[in-house]
Design a protein. Sequence first.
Length: 80
Amino acid sequence: MSERILKHSATMRIKVAGVAKLLEQRDKMDFHNSLDYIYNSEVFSDLDDEETKVWHYSNETLYDLLKQEKTNGKADYPDV
Protein backbone atom coordinates (compact mmCIF):
# COMPACT_ATOMS: atom_id res chain seq x y z
CA MET A 1 0.00 0.00 0.00
CA SER A 2 1.40 3.38 -0.93
CA GLU A 3 2.24 5.99 1.69
CA ARG A 4 -0.35 8.35 0.18
CA ILE A 5 -3.13 5.77 0.59
CA LEU A 6 -2.05 5.00 4.15
CA LYS A 7 -2.12 8.70 5.08
CA HIS A 8 -5.58 9.12 3.52
CA SER A 9 -6.85 6.04 5.35
CA ALA A 10 -5.58 7.39 8.67
CA THR A 11 -7.11 10.80 7.95
CA MET A 12 -10.45 9.16 7.14
CA ARG A 13 -10.55 7.28 10.45
CA ILE A 14 -9.77 10.48 12.36
CA LYS A 15 -12.36 12.55 10.46
CA VAL A 16 -15.13 9.96 10.74
CA ALA A 17 -14.50 9.50 14.47
CA GLY A 18 -14.52 13.27 15.05
CA VAL A 19 -17.76 13.81 13.13
CA ALA A 20 -19.35 10.78 14.83
CA LYS A 21 -18.49 12.32 18.20
CA LEU A 22 -20.22 15.57 17.18
CA LEU A 23 -23.32 13.62 16.14
CA GLU A 24 -23.30 11.81 19.47
CA GLN A 25 -22.95 15.03 21.46
CA ARG A 26 -25.26 17.32 19.51
CA ASP A 27 -27.87 14.94 18.16
CA LYS A 28 -27.74 12.37 20.97
CA MET A 29 -27.04 9.54 18.52
CA ASP A 30 -25.35 6.41 19.72
CA PHE A 31 -22.01 5.61 18.08
CA HIS A 32 -23.41 2.91 15.76
CA ASN A 33 -26.17 5.17 14.44
CA SER A 34 -23.76 8.06 13.98
CA LEU A 35 -21.51 5.86 11.83
CA ASP A 36 -24.50 4.74 9.74
CA TYR A 37 -25.50 8.39 9.33
CA ILE A 38 -22.02 9.28 8.08
CA TYR A 39 -21.36 6.23 5.89
CA ASN A 40 -24.73 6.54 4.11
CA SER A 41 -24.09 10.06 2.88
CA GLU A 42 -22.74 11.72 -0.24
CA VAL A 43 -20.51 13.76 2.05
CA PHE A 44 -18.80 10.54 3.11
CA SER A 45 -18.44 9.43 -0.51
CA ASP A 46 -16.76 12.74 -1.28
CA LEU A 47 -14.67 12.50 1.87
CA ASP A 48 -13.52 9.03 0.83
CA ASP A 49 -12.46 10.37 -2.58
CA GLU A 50 -9.05 11.87 -1.93
CA GLU A 51 -9.27 13.96 -5.11
CA THR A 52 -12.21 16.05 -3.81
CA LYS A 53 -10.11 17.44 -0.96
CA VAL A 54 -13.19 17.33 1.30
CA TRP A 55 -10.94 15.78 3.96
CA HIS A 56 -9.41 19.24 4.39
CA TYR A 57 -12.62 20.50 5.99
CA SER A 58 -12.85 20.66 9.76
CA ASN A 59 -15.02 18.20 11.67
CA GLU A 60 -17.42 21.08 12.37
CA THR A 61 -17.77 21.85 8.67
CA LEU A 62 -18.24 18.18 7.81
CA TYR A 63 -20.92 17.92 10.51
CA ASP A 64 -22.70 20.96 9.06
CA LEU A 65 -22.47 19.54 5.55
CA LEU A 66 -23.92 16.21 6.70
CA LYS A 67 -26.83 17.94 8.41
CA GLN A 68 -27.39 20.09 5.32
CA GLU A 69 -27.39 17.01 3.07
CA LYS A 70 -29.83 15.14 5.30
CA THR A 71 -32.16 18.17 5.45
CA ASN A 72 -31.93 19.42 1.86
CA GLY A 73 -30.82 16.33 -0.02
CA LYS A 74 -27.62 18.11 -1.04
CA ALA A 75 -24.60 19.65 0.61
CA ASP A 76 -23.20 22.92 -0.70
CA TYR A 77 -19.46 22.76 -0.21
CA PRO A 78 -17.71 25.98 0.74
CA ASP A 79 -14.81 27.20 -1.36
CA VAL A 80 -11.42 26.50 0.12
